[in-house]
Design a binder for this molecule. Structure first.
Ligand code: SF4
Length: 158
């Protein structure tokens, strides 16, 4: 039980790069101070997670995108995730997505805040065939299919 007067904070999963972790493919971060303030207002506690690092792809790593169709097709084994050099990293992406779901289950999170346009974390926008495309990334698609509410965050806001 928390000390009297201390708020119980609801844990939520957050793309680690939005919290300042240098885990982007190019070794940079997407720190978003506005998101940190929003979580505080909402009484939520950020639990950082990077699916691409968790999958073992490492940082830095080559740019990656969903090769064709969409993230649901990747989850169904009907499409691949590939690097710009054509290497198939679908298995790593599935590992990272499943890890995100496991963390949500462990911490009791029913909400996540993930970075837009990523092939893993995108919510309204991801990359298919190397182009920005409407639709979620692989991790987001899996979380949403499991009932986790996912909010897209642009990142790099002061
Ligand atoms: S967008 Fe997602 S996969 Fe990409 S660096 Fe951030 S947390 Fe990792």
């Amino acid at each position: 039980m928390s000390p009297e007067g201390e708020r119980e904070l609801q844990p939520v999963l957050v793309s680690a790069c939005l919290l300042g972790a240098e885990c982007r493919y190019d070794g940079a971060h997407n720190h978003d101070a506005a998101l940190t303030r929003l979580l505080e207002e909402r009484g939520e506690r950020a639990v950082p997670y990077c699916p691409e690092e968790r999958s073992g792809l490492g940082t830095p790593r080559p740019p990656v995108w969903i090769e064709s169709i969409d993230a649901d097709a990747v989850l169904a084994g009907e499409a691949r995730v590939v690097t710009e050099g054509g290497q198939d990293v679908s298995a790593e992406f599935l590992t990272g997505a499943q890890g995100a779901l496991s963390v949500c289950e462990e911490i009791g999170a029913t909400r996540a805040y993930l970075k837009e346009r990523s092939p893993s974390c995108g919510v309204c926008s991801t990359h298919v065939g190397g182009e920005p495309t409407d639709g979620p990334g692989v991790t987001t698609a899996l979380l949403q299919s499991a009932g986790v509410e996912v909010e897209g965050v642009e990142g790099r806001r002061p």
